[in-house]
Design a protein around this ligand. Structure first.
Ligand code: 3HC
Length: 312
């Protein structure tokens, strides 16, 4: 008990908790759950965008998309590495993903139907991720906070390139404008769900706030995203697909309609439009990639043997 009091004092003082520090088992487990699901999201999120590399409308668009997807893979690696510092293996994390024990973000279970979707994903999905991840730069677990600092730098480029695609389409032909608005209509609400259930229905938030894993709550972050994004939509002529949107001059925030939480729970429990496709794809290529992992392990083993011979 004394150790937990000492630990909580360190957190309350704003100290970073490092991998080798004493920490309550519940704190460690909470971090493994959250950081690994964050990592899974980054890697699964490469799928909807990857489908559009060969169909990008220009060489420039293809280069940008390739760079973005490569970044997401790197984000997944930083976050898997941060999770491993908590004493769990990469193999175990992948097993938890494949068995359905571990989740990944709801948002990646929707199809990317056309190029406007690539714009909406960059602008709305990465835009939402930035709001969440900027806050996580101050999370109490050191390795997670440091991974966030690096990831946030790349996320800003992701959001800007997505908004550029939407702006270009909204200044294009009638068909392009309709495509962009249709993408906005399909991605807006699932992007709001990315922030998680309302604080009153979030079983993990009280501990997350107590341990300063979350520095702001699900609803606070969602509101930040809404307040930032609605003016961006209006600036380029996009209509937010919600007739209840209105500016509240008293609170200085936008008010919106109610999120469809039945859809949210359906999707995060495996019954979204693309859940099966995403998981089958990940399992197939994880299986096919076994030779890469074996080669890397054999190489690092040989390297270690050589180095120990030199030192002997
Ligand atoms: N998608 C899937 N599951 C979600 C979810 C979402 N958007 N929001 C909440 N959940 C799940 C939680 O995982 C939890 O289930 P579990 O007990 O099985 O883990 C349950 O719903 C209850 O939710 P809570 O709010 O109580 O859970 P958390 O405190 O973990 O909060 C969270 C959820 C806000 C997503 C938090 O985990 C978080 O901030 N995670 C880090 C950010 C992250 O994971 N982002 C994913 C997107 S990454 C991305 O977009 C990449 C970009 O480059 C494109």
């Amino acid at each position: 008990m004394a150790d937990e009091i000492k630990f909580q004092k360190r957190v309350d003082n704003g100290e970073y908790i490092e991998a080798k520090d004493e920490m309550p088992e519940e704190y460690r487990r909470h971090l493994i759950r959250q950081i690994s699901q964050h990592a899974h999201s980054e890697v699964i999120g490469m799928q909807p965008e990857g489908n559009w590399i060969t169909r990008a409308p220009s060489l420039r668009a293809k280069q940008i998309l390739l760079a973005k997807i490569q970044d997401e893979g790197g984000h997944g690696l930083y976050l898997y590495s941060a999770t491993e510092t908590l004493g769990i293996s990469r193999d175990e994390l992948i097993k938890q993903l494949h068995s359905g024990k571990a989740k990944y973000s709801n948002i990646f279970n929707y199809p990317a139907l056309n190029w406007a979707d690539i714009g909406a994903i960059g602008w709305l999905v990465d835009g939402a991720a930035i709001v969440n991840q900027v806050s996580l730069q101050r999370t109490s677990y050191g390795p997670y906070a440091r991974a966030m600092v690096r990831i946030c730098k790349e996320e800003s480029f992701h959001q800007r390139q997505g908004y550029e695609i939407m702006a270009k389409m909204m200044s294009g032909t009638k068909e392009q404008k309709e495509m962009a608005q249709d993408a906005m209509n399909r991605w807006w609400w699932p992007a709001l769900m990315m922030f998680g259930p309302h604080d009153t229905n979030s079983p993990h938030s009280s501990n997350a706030v107590k341990w300063k894993i979350k520095r702001e709550t699900n609803d606070e972050l969602r509101q930040k995203f809404i307040d930032k994004t609605i003016p961006q939509a209006e600036l380029i002529g996009l209509k937010v697909p919600d007739n209840n949107v209105k500016w509240n001059a008293k609170t200085n925030h936008y008010e919106i309609g109610e999120i469809n939480w039945d859809e949210f729970h359906k999707v995060i429990n495996g019954h979204g439009p693309c859940n099966k496709q995403r998981m089958n794809h990940h399992k197939k290529y994880h299986e096919e990639g076994i030779w890469v992992r074996e080669a890397a392990e054999a190489y690092s083993k040989k390297k270690l043997e050589r180095e120990s011979l030199i030192q002997a």
